[in-house]
Design a binder for this molecule. Sequence first.
Ligand code: NAP
Length: 483
Amino acid sequence: MSESTNARADIGVIGMAVMGSNLARNFAHHGFTVAVYNRSPQRTRDMIAEHGSEGDFVPAETLEEFVGSLKRPRKAMLMVKAGRGTDAVIEELKPLLEPGDMIIDGGNAHFSDTMEREAALREHDIHFVGTGVSGGEEGALKGPSIMPGGSVESYESLGPILEAVAAKAPDGTPCCAHLGPDGAGHFVKMVHNGIEYSDMQLIGEAYDLMRRGAGMEPTELADIFSEWNQGELDSYLIEITSEVLGHTDPVTKQPFIDIVVDQAGQKGTGRWTVQSALDLGVPVTGIAEATFARALSSGVPQREGLKGLLDGPNTQTVDTPKEFVEDIRQALYASKIVAYAQGFDQIRAAGKEYGWDIDLGLPAALWRAGCIIRAKFLDDITAVWKADPNLPSLLAAPRFADIVNQASESWRRVVAFAVTAGIPVPGFSAALAYFDGLRSNRLPAALVQGQRDFFGAHTYRRVDAEGVFHTDWSGDRSEIKMD
Ligand code: NAP
């Protein structure tokens, strides 16, 4: 379709559900002319009726009209149901676009789908820009964290528009930057969500320990989280935790937390993160434990069926609640740093595997505002990767090594107490085990290698000689040097 004389929209948004309409309004609030389209036209009409006066919108009732209203190179941003919804729209859109035009997918797509879609559309010289968008509906309206992948060429004309509407970090930098080709943006968004799972689980464990282990009431805990939010734990998730714990159910007048069913849901991005980490061979134990903890909470037949059958301590309270709370704060911070370190390891490994070469300073910088895991300490993480992108781990940065080392005693006291008191802390203990695993001079992996060689002749390497060896376990136990 060649450019029509009516082509005046800088960008178009397809999908007028909550995310798409809010993002379209955000573009309009920043002075862009925005074409809007939805499969069921009534949604578009409703959006224009309610918000049409907020900026320059070009509503379309057909995709032809929508495409015809876009300036070239056309930029069509999809905010539709991920999966089949995305494919359906791409198929309809493809014949209407021309070489150099862009389809930007802002939905929560799996990065491998994005890689396939990008390759297929590249054959038609259409840029497919898989873009992570975080911040929920409010973020979409007021400034999300935006994580675009796709070609460098597409970012040249698209980047300034996305950067204009993105959240701004405390230093004024937009939380949007080109992360790398094809699936890089959606991959980084996926890991963001995985870290979000971990962060939420750790906060949940901190709450549980103080509630069950120190007998504190939700309102007291709301104050503690609010106080923590003034220090190094300053983050959106700590802030909303305080709000949730301080809330009273208007119906029963009970603490809101006590009337909510304790079964956590998930939409799948935590699972995707863990699945990808298994493929890449990167231990993301914090994210994995958080994902499994949600599954355990929702495992109704097991929880119901085992009620009263499994014994263990139920009550044990700490003697020094004030010190206990400080221990938990430190354990939370250290465990959180571990979760981020693991997430960055995964991004680096994926960058190598898929040829993305992601600058690790970028995700950290983009997560400083607009998104769910926004936190003060992301400034420090950004600075660490910018200073030395080749650090073997975030934990190798002196400022983070110091924090986890100094937290070590508190961390151990918290995990030891939890184990003795029968309070599950899979997030805290997995993070501590990871820390101990990394600082151990020798790991029992040597024994695993011995076992593997015994039953499967999988061979092993020696600490004192080059080469690969096998012991003749079923024969005279002589050692053979393999070629
Ligand atoms: P949603 O409920 O995921 O999807 C509804 C939208 O998709 C509607 O506009 C619907 O059109 C359209 N759609 C569904 N199937 C379609 C098809 N086959 N062809 C054309 N259009 C189709 O909407 P949302 O919550 O606003 O989310 C949009 C995207 O953003 C999703 O990918 C979501 O994962 C992602 N996201 C959401 C959040 C969030 O906080 N909600 C945050 C970040 C990213 P009709 O009105 O015609 O049915």
